[in-house]
Design a binder for this molecule. Structure first.
Ligand code: ADP
Ligand code: MG
Length: 310
């Protein structure tokens, strides 16, 4: 017997390094007329590295102490930013103090108890927002600025340089900021261009990262529609908004924070190499070799197969 078109399309997608989980998914992919892409780990390689260490004046911390405390708190997180922090501490040969009471909030960051102190590492927009966080402790040094001001200034500088800035707080008080750099995938711009011409719609960037880093990166890929500082449920909101406009949305992501949007979308594709287990399980298809350019190829395979299915 000759193979039904959708099954041969699945086999073909496999040859391009994309694992499509069912014939239904194979069929739906070709209907895509809107695409929402995550940034960290999706458009970027997702193996970010620590580039800057900024202990705040008045924190009394050295670069090494700041890094070892942050790494201790991040040790149990599977987020790519956490790995960058832990790897940097290891490569400097720093001892990691014991941490317990670890918890992580997708899109925000982590909290753990390190040597009896509550250490938080995560999104500066929220951790340093005086309206959202605990009241800033009064400055112990005689400096004119409070630690939150110095932290926000460091964040501004790092983000202006295209870094992802991460804030470190000890017992609610900002003590330092880390700058993390990530590389754009080499085929990101090509994939965005192919998806644009294939779907007739401009892909949207949906990211938990800051506006500046997201905007700089989007410009390098040809994406003009940028939604930044999104929590996982905000990514779902972006999908629903496109659906309300009658679109069939393809979401591409890698993180735990992308799982709700991957589930909500018409179709969801996860980046396989460094993708979180939750994203891989939730997605309808997995790009096993992390080639973004394989995504438009598979949408096209679906279109061809659909023409053969009567
Ligand atoms: P993206 O949508 O680009 O993949 P995420 O939603 O995973 O980004 O993360 C959004 C932001 O939340 C990060 O830029 C960072 O500021 C913060 N964050 C989340 N998890 C962590 C973590 N484990 N360590 C430090 N920061 C984190
Ligand atoms: Mg991601």
């Amino acid at each position: 017997a000759t193979m039904p078109p959708l099954l041969s399309a699945i086999a073909n997608a496999g040859r391009h390094g994309v694992l499509v989980k069912s014939a239904v998914v194979m069929e739906r992919l070709g209907q895509t007329d809107a695409v929402a892409l995550d940034k960290t780990g999706t458009l970027t390689e997702g193996t970010p590295h620590l580039a800057d260490l900024c202990p705040l004046p008045g924190s009394g911390l050295t670069e090494d102490t700041l890094l070892s405390w942050a790494a201790a708190a991040e040790r149990d997180s599977e987020h790519p930013l956490a790995r960058a922090v832990v790897d940097a501490a290891r490569s400097r040969g720093l001892p990691l103090p014991d941490a317990d009471g670890f918890s992580s909030t997708p899109g925000l960051g982590v909290t753990a108890t390190v040597e009896g102190r509550r250490v938080r590492v995560g999104a500066p927009g929220r951790l340093l927002d005086p309206a959202a966080g605990p009241p800033a402790a009064p400055a112990v040094d005689e400096g004119a600025r409070r630690p939150g001001d110095a932290a926000r200034e460091a964040v501004r500088q790092l983000e202006g340089a295209g870094r992802t800035a991460v804030a470190v707080l000890v017992d609610g008080r900002p003590v330092g900021v880390l700058g993390i750099a990530d590389r754009l995938r080499p085929d990101a711009a090509q994939a965005v261009a192919a998806l644009t011409s294939l779907t007739g719609a401009r892909p949207v960037l949906v990211t938990g990262d800051n506006e500046r880093a997201a905007g700089l990166l989007a410009a390098r890929t040809g994406i003009t529609d940028v939604r930044a500082a999104l929590l996982p449920q905000d990514k779902v909101g972006a999908v629903r908004e496109l659906e309300a406009a009658g679109r069939k949305v393809l979401v591409v992501g890698d993180g735990v924070n992308d799982a709700p949007a991957l589930a909500a979308a018409h179709t969801g594709i996860a980046m396989g190499r460094a993708g979180s287990d939750l994203a891989l399980e939730t997605a309808d298809a997995v790009v096993v070799r992390d080639e973004l350019a394989a995504i438009p190829t598979v949408v096209n395979l679906s279109r061809t197969a659909r023409r053969l299915v009567v």
